[in-house]
Design a protein around this ligand. Structure first.
Ligand code: GLU
Length: 445
């Protein structure tokens, strides 16, 4: 069997760290099985869906390196859905209901007041022809519910194990609203059948939907795909993420300078037994994926962990992966510059600060002019290389008697104007003999 998975976002907002997980998990599973990954834009809600959000979703996936093999858009496919709806109406599985939202709410409250589950009572199935005519004459329009069969729906969930839902514990799902628009439930099943989706992988907030959708697959004469429901993310305080989603969007991470591979590495491993470690490229990330590694408990997301992972990723990044980006920033220090400063950056753009320090002009900090004079006298001749630092500090130590921090810190302050920073051994040749002389003399250079 060919594995075909899909990521099916509704373009009613940006992708954030929570709904990126189904994207990554579907992508990893398809890649690890040599299968295909589909992007499906679930835009049946035409009022809330926008082209801008749909494009934003594609831009985010592209930025992350999560390519898709093919795509479809539900708003292009209404004809197909209409044809299926006609059939379901004809067979009586789809039935018209006329309750208003207020009436349904009152029913629910009454049921809850009596300690009953708030399941739709199917009152609409009892309506006579005459009553229906009268309701329509009042100007009411029908919404359409799918009649579930009263039996248990069972499946072996690839994350949660054996699942069984009594259909009688579910309300007959509304598939078509009174204005004729579709909820996602039916189009999703129709598409999953047509695009031969082998595995539906989504968050565990969809478990009850799966109970109803399996019956829809069966009503349409199809074998349901395999299902996997992954755990959800909560904030570090244990609360749901919904309140802070704006600041947790993929585009806001991009704007903050977080590397795509930090986001992917984090989202691919959080909530699983795999360690959260940085992956340098997307190629290897699917190799370790397995459904059994996903935990059942909610996973805590902490943005500081993502930032830490981002720094770790950069600290270990090979020059070949960043050379073009350095050039684009006008940084010509090459591999030795990158290797010197990478351990001292948290986001990539920090390299510009170190390049400015190398190139100058900086304001050197001279705390002891006599010491700096002695250091200048001991400076090896141009050109400085990676041995110069050792030779130089040996000579300064001999001349002044300073050692340890008392030896290195005044040199760092004079050469960089900073208290902390990359290894001076490699920084020294990058700064170069001329600027070192000027800075030791207290000149801005
Ligand atoms: N559009 C649905 C959602 O975003 C898709 C759910 C599914 O994967 O079936 O929740």
């Amino acid at each position: 069997m060919t594995v075909i998975t899909r990521f099916a976002p509704s373009p009613t907002g940006k992708i954030h760290i929570g709904n990126l997980r189904p994207a990554i998990i579907n992508w990893m599973y398809a890649r690890s099985m040599g299968g295909q990954f589909m992007l499906r834009i679930d835009d049946t809600d035409q009022e809330r869906s926008t082209e801008e959000f749909a494009q934003g979703i594609k831009d985010d996936l592209t930025w992350l390196g999560l390519g898709w093999d093919f795509e479809a858009r539900q708003s292009d496919r209404f004809d197909k859905y209409d044809a299926v709806v006609s059939k379901l109406k004809a067979s009586g599985r789809l039935y018209p209901c006329y309750e208003t939202a207020g009436e349904l709410e009152r029913k629910r409250k009454r049921q809850m007041g009596r300690g009953l589950p708030p399941v739709y009572d199917r009152a609409a199935l009892e309506l006579t022809e005459k009553e229906i005519v009268a309701l329509e004459a009042e100007g009411r329009k029908a919404h359409w519910r799918f009649k579930l069969e009263d039996r248990a729906v069972a499946w072996v969930d690839l994350v949660r194990g054996e699942q069984s839902i009594e259909a009688s514990s579910l309300s007959d799902p509304i598939l078509v609203r009174e204005d004729g628009t579709y909820l996602y439930t039916l189009p999703s099943v129709i598409d999953d059948i047509e695009f031969k989706i082998s595995h539906v992988i989504r968050g565990e907030d969809h478990v009850a939907n799966t109970g109803a959708q399996i019956q829809i697959f069966e009503a349409l004469g199809a074998t349901p795909p395999s299902f996997a429901h992954h755990n959800l993310l909560v904030g570090k305080d244990g609360e749901g993420l919904s309140k802070r989603l704006g600041s947790l969007s993929i585009s806001s991470f991009r704007d903050e300078g977080i590397e795509p591979m930090a986001v992917v590495s984090h989202a691919a491993t959080i909530g699983s037994s795999n360690p959260i470690v940085p992956h340098k490229t997307i190629d290897s990330i699917a190799d370790e994926f397995a459904f059994e590694k996903l935990s059942r408990a909610p996973a805590r997301f902490d943005v500081d962990e993502l930032k830490l992972l981002n720094a770790k990723l950069l600290h270990d990044m090979d020059y070949a992966l960043v050379s073009e980006r350095l050039k684009a920033l006008g940084i010509e220090g090459g591999e030795s510059f990158w290797d010197t400063v990478k351990a001292n950056i948290e986001t990539f753009s920090d390299v510009s600060d170190w390049w400015r320090i190398v190139q100058g002009p900086i304001a050197p900090v001279i705390e002891d002019a006599d010491f700096c004079k002695a250091a200048l006298a001991a400076l090896p001749p141009a050109p400085l290389n990676e041995n110069s630092w050792g030779e130089w500090t040996g000579a300064v130590k001999a001349a002044t008697g300073a050692k340890g921090k008392a030896l290195f810190q005044p040199l760092r302050l004079a050469l960089t104007g900073e208290q902390h920073g990359p290894e001076l051994k490699t920084l020294l040749p990058l700064i170069g003999h001329e600027r070192v002389v000027q800075r030791l003399s207290g000149e801005a250079a």
